[in-house]
Write a protein that binds this ligand. Structure first.
Ligand code: NAD
Ligand code: UD1
Length: 338
């Protein structure tokens, strides 16, 4: 049985990936400082899988306490989700983002080197493509970022590329996620944002549950099918499975690999809104608002490389994603509570 250390494993994507890893018989250790997550997630993981993973409440920026995990356990691979991810906040508090995202990762790489752990999956983002020259976007596209959050992702990618260049026995996957939404079909784990959601799906679900009055649609004059922004939404359980497939690849001594993880299909804001109404069975009021600064018209992935090299292909469609997001929100109107 291989042991996987999952940093940020209590968070949205991390918790779904932990479930998938346990289902595939991996032994899982979670490290998370609970900055953006809740301890109840551990209990929910147990209800879904029958297993409670070992959990360390540790900040990955705290080298000494982080090191204890490597001393106490024999780790085969690390999946590194831990990080801050709010684009708007990163513009206002750039140092917070550089400190947290870069130092945690530097500590991690140093400890992996010290304890001879050779396999790493890193959570990158489609944000590294900035405003792409065309869609669909493949992994060879130019990289340029437009905000501090995105810059931390690109800096970490660069750091890992440099590290892999001289450490040929280090296996590392840079996974560029598109827009994860949805939740585990049990409705026990899901996305649980603090405060006013920045992203589209959690905003829609909060309108549906009665926490927000209406959805503001940021612009309907983009060059897209109906004028609203087009994105590549991927079910979080498909994304989670992508990590398990990636680990199989790393264990063949892959060296450095980079994959887009999306569905390859673009969906507009209005299309997602309509699909959600179908899933919940009632109307979701919306108003057209001005464009949001920094937004682009279309962003969706070409996922051929992930399909060819790791057999990754998203299974769930937009209707499934809306159904599962709604099921999660309906069962947990106030997020994680006992
Ligand atoms: P999340 O906030 O739900 O999960 C991140 C987890 O990391 C949280 O539980 C948080 O408490 C923890 N964490 C943060 N800093 C830490 C630190 N220094 N030490 C220990 N734990 C720490 O976010 P998510 O949506 O699950 O995203 C996971 C990763 O995927 C992030 O790196 C994010 O940037 C990346 N990503 C997310 C999206 C998305 O749309 N959700 C898209 C692209 C990339
Ligand atoms: C955002 C981040 C991106 C990050 C990604 C996943 C920005 C500018 N980009 O991408 O870096 O990797 O999340 O976490 O924040 N929309 C509305 N109303 C809303 C919210 C969103 O109309 O209340 C629209 C947006 O204009 C966009 C689409 O919905 O067209 C998706 O937005 P969002 O969910 O925030 O994701 P991205 O902008 O793709």
């Amino acid at each position: 049985m291989k042991t996987i250390l999952v940093t940020g494993g209590m968070g949205y994507i991390g918790s779904h990936t932990v479930v998938e890893l346990i289902n595939k018989n991996y032994d899982v250790i979670i490290v998370d400082n609970l900055y953006n997550s809740n301890k109840i997630v551990l209990k929910r993981i147990n209800i879904i899988t029958g297993v409670t993973p070992k959990f360390y409440e540790v900040d990955c920026c705290d080298y000494n306490n982080f090191e204890k995990i490597f001393k106490e356990n024999k780790i085969d691979a690390v999946i590194h989700f831990a990080g801050l991810k709010a684009v708007g906040e990163s513009v206002n508090l750039p140092l917070k983002y550089y400190q947290n995202n870069l130092i945690s990762t530097l500590n991690l790489i140093d400890l992996m080197n010290k304890y001879n752990v050779k396999n790493l999956v890193f959570s990158s983002s489609a944000t590294v493509y900035g405003a792409p020259k065309s869609v669909p976007i493949d992994e060879t596209f130019d990289l340029h970022v437009t905000n501090p959050y995105g810059r931390t992702k690109l800096m970490i990618e660069d750091m890992l590329r440099d590290y892999c260049f001289v450490n040929k026995d280090f296996n590392c996957a840079l996974l560029r996620y598109f827009n994860p939404i949805g939740a585990h079909k049990s409705g026990l784990i899901g996305e649980n944002p603090n405060g006013i959601p920045n992203n589209l799906m959690p905003y829609i679900t909060q309108v549906a549950i009665g926490k927000r009055e209406f959805l503001g649609i940021f612009g309907n004059d983009y060059n897209t099918v109906d004028g609203t922004g087009v994105r590549d939404y991927i079910h979080v359980c498909d994304l989670a499975l992508g990590h398990v497939l990636t680990l199989d690849k790393l264990f063949t001594n892959s060296g450095l690999v980079t994959y887009n993880l999306g569905t390859g299909k673009g969906t507009s804001v209005l299309e997602l809104h309509d699909a959600f109404e179908k899933a919940c069975g009632f109307k979701i009021p919306y108003k057209i608002m001005p464009r949001r600064a920094g937004d682009i018209d279309s962003c969706y992935a070409n996922c051929d490389k992930a399909y060819k090299e790791i057999g990754f292909k998203a299974q769930y469609n937009i209707d499934d994603m809306c159904k599962d997001s709604w099921n999660w929100q309906k069962n947990n109107p106030d997020g994680y509570t006992e």
